[in-house]
Design a protein around this ligand. Structure first.
Ligand SMILES: Nc1ncnc2c1ncn2[C@@H]1O[C@H](COP(=O)(O)OP(=O)(O)OP(=O)(O)O)[C@@H](O)[C@H]1O
Ligand SMILES: [Mg+2]
Length: 395
């Protein structure tokens, strides 16, 4: 039982929300894909495994057509281009889907800001129609948050009854045959993680407080599985036990390999940020490309030309690049003509680089004196301007 705290007037995908979950944001695509492929699906799945992959990776710009025999659900078009959401390896997404189809736990590991959480939301929305059965792992996460708690008013009035039981998102997913998500699992204490070991092997949760043998067990319905994420950089409060690791298939989500793909993603998301604000998008492609290039050089410790770059300790993630691009686009929209947008880039880069260790500012300066200077000397106008802005970094 989850409590719905939306106001009466809020529509499910209405503009009165800052962020809509993927099942609302992409409701049309999900309904379309459910009608598009009538092939066999694993128990409780809304879509076939193949269309789950199509939902995440998009239809390559091609319009998909509903087969003649399929009725289009209300409000759903007969042809649709499915938008690409996750930029990355299709084979990785296929493996994730196969893991879930086999009802095994899926663990997405990787550096911060590589879209692990986004991928887990998209997969669960596509498989079971909700990404909302989620527990956020922290050092303060308790076993109750993974299993069940009690409504104390009812508990006092009625004693331990089924009505007084407050299921965790994981228990709800078990009884519905849905996908539960556990974010940042390695931040949970070992004894809390251990609760998942028995849950994932026995596929049931005992509720000893309830009277009556079998009745006191909650069994997992077919289709139940779990997607967890873990951040390599944070290392977490605790390592996962070998027993827990064995119950998951691991997939490592890496940074985006291709410069053009990363630039296109950053442009799309910055565009979306200003469109939400109702303002025009006025950032040149050359600026976005310089921004993404700088992020990639500093992330990889090597420039595209093969020059050595000293890496700062901060992770220069795509997620950070998206947020810097969004800020540049908003600055251009709200303060048009005040300043050249490119002139804002060094300051933003400095802000990101200095997050972990203030000493990293010197590394950024080193990048300027190396790669940025050399590109300026080679005649690139954008990099020439950036080189001229070097003093911003010295303050
Ligand atoms: N490969 C990618 N495909 C699509 N979007 C991406 C990709 N990598 C990063 N992003 C962007 O980064 C944002 C943040 O991703 P998300 O929060 O899911 O990362 P995360 O890996 O869970 O990070 P953390 O480890 O900090 O929790 C996404 O919403 C998206 O805008
Ligand atoms: Mg995350």
């Amino acid at each position: 039982m989850t409590t719905d705290i939306r106001t009466e007037t809020a529509s499910s995908a209405g503009p009165d929300r800052q962020v809509s979950p993927p099942e609302d944001r992409h409701a049309t695509e999900l309904a379309f894909l459910a009608a598009y492929d009538s092939g066999p699906r694993p128990p409780s799945w809304r879509l076939t495994p193949r269309t789950v992959v199509t939902f995440v990776m998009g239809s390559n710009g091609e319009a998909l057509h509903l087969p003649e025999s399929a009725a289009a659900p209300e409000g759903v078009p007969r042809r649709l281009v499915v938008e690409q959401k996750f930029v990355g390896d299709r084979a990785l997404v296929e493996r994730c889907v196969v893991t879930l189809a086999g009802e095994r736990g899926l663990l997405l590991v990787g550096e911060p800001g590589t879209a692990k959480s986004m991928l887990s939301e998209l997969l669960s929305a596509a498989v079971c129609g909700t990404s909302g059965l989620v527990v956020q792992g922290t050092a303060g996460t308790t076993e109750d948050q993974l299993k069940y708690g009690w409504n104390y008013a009812l508990l006092l009035a009625q004693g331990p009854t089924r009505q007084a039981l407050v299921p965790s998102p994981v228990l709800t997913a078990m009884t519905r045959g849905a996908v539960a998500r556990v974010e940042e699992i390695t931040r949970c204490l070992p004894e809390v993680q251990d609760a998942l070991v028995s849950l994932l092997s026995e596929r049931r949760i005992a509720v000893p407080e309830l009277a009556g043998g079998e009745d006191a067990l909650a069994h997992a319905a077919p289709g139940f599985t779990l997607i967890a994420t873990a951040n390599l950089r944070d290392k977490g409060v605790s390592e996962m036990s070998a027993a827990l690791k064995r119950r998951f298939n691991f997939e490592t989500v890496g940074p985006i390999g291709d410069l053009d793909a990363e630039t296109a993603l950053v442009r799309r998301q910055a565009h979306a940020a200003v469109t939400r604000a109702g303002a025009p998008f006025q950032v040149d492609d050359a600026i976005l490309e310089a921004l993404v290039t700088a992020f990639r050089d500093l992330r990889d410790g090597r420039s595209a030309e093969g020059w050595e770059v000293e890496r700062p300790s901060t992770v220069m993630s795509t997620a950070e690049a998206v947020s810097v691009a969004g800020s540049l686009a908003l600055a251009a929209a709200y303060f048009p003509g005040d300043r050249d947008v490119l002139s804002l880039l060094p300051g933003h880069l400095l802000g990101v680089v200095r997050k972990d260790d203030p000493a990293d500012a010197a590394r950024l300066l080193g990048y300027w004196d190396g790669a940025v200077r050399r590109r300026a000397e080679q005649g690139s106008a954008t990099w020439r301007t950036l080189w001229d802005l070097r003093s911003v970094l010295e303050s």
